[in-house]
Design a binder for this molecule. Sequence first.
Ligand code: DHB
Ligand code: FE
Length: 292
Amino acid sequence: MSITADISTSAADATPTAAASGANATARFHTDKSPYAAARDTPQERVSLLAREVIEAVHDTIRRHQVTYDEYNALKAWMIQVGEDGEWPLFLDVWIEHVVEQVANASRVGSKGSIEGPYYAPGAPELGADGAVPMRDEEPGTQLVWQGTITSVDGQPLDGATLELWQADDNGYYSQFAPGIPQWNLRGTFTVGADGAFRIRTIRPAPYQIPTDGACGKLIAAAGWHAWRPAHLHVKVSAPGHLPLTAQLYFPGDPHNDDDIAAAVKPELMLEPVPQPDGTVQVDYGFVLDPA
Ligand code: DHB
Ligand code: FE
């Protein structure tokens, strides 16, 4: 099943909605079999321990704050709505994933990782070691030229390492998850040679607001929070014999670097953009992978 054929690549209905973005994120998750294998293979003792502790943490909150039946029913209605809007991937990736990432990557000595979020799609076009990601004619936004190398922790370049890039456009929308954007827009796979070097041409992404018209947006509004993630580039970096790295890179000065709704910013992931006389922006940022 194509997750994009009907909704994302059609310009006919060009209004992005939380339900459509959520439905696409949910459909994308269904295409990946590994989570379902993980659900089947998690040992009973582990399921029992984790499920009991999470449920007891909820009980503790109810007792501590004297939660009422109205509040309980509001929660029930909201959780049903999250499912109906297809927003469970979004909810989990915004409010939970960053702690899982911290725990999973605590012992890495190479580059820092960050959350994957709901908008990765495997199979982005192969662009060699030096190329431009697919863009529309007159793609809006500041042009960005990004250079770097992929090495192992001992400094050796990793011949054949790949970097997958995905990002929001200048309006904060992701191809395949918002309508009317070509399938692989601002997505690409780069493969480095013996020198480990890559050079990527793209545009600077805009800050991104998680969909505000669905159940997650309702929670944010009801709690008086904001929905913003700072502008970011997503990457997955892989090389034979090394742990794959999922990360995000950020731009200094973004108003939401310090209060990212997804809590996924780290100082090590900050770019240092250098504006060029021709109006483009250049960044240097490379990756160091841990041996597997
Ligand atoms: C979400 C979106 C992102 O672009 C991201 O990086 C993390 C989370 C979200 O909407 O859940
Ligand atoms: Fe993102």
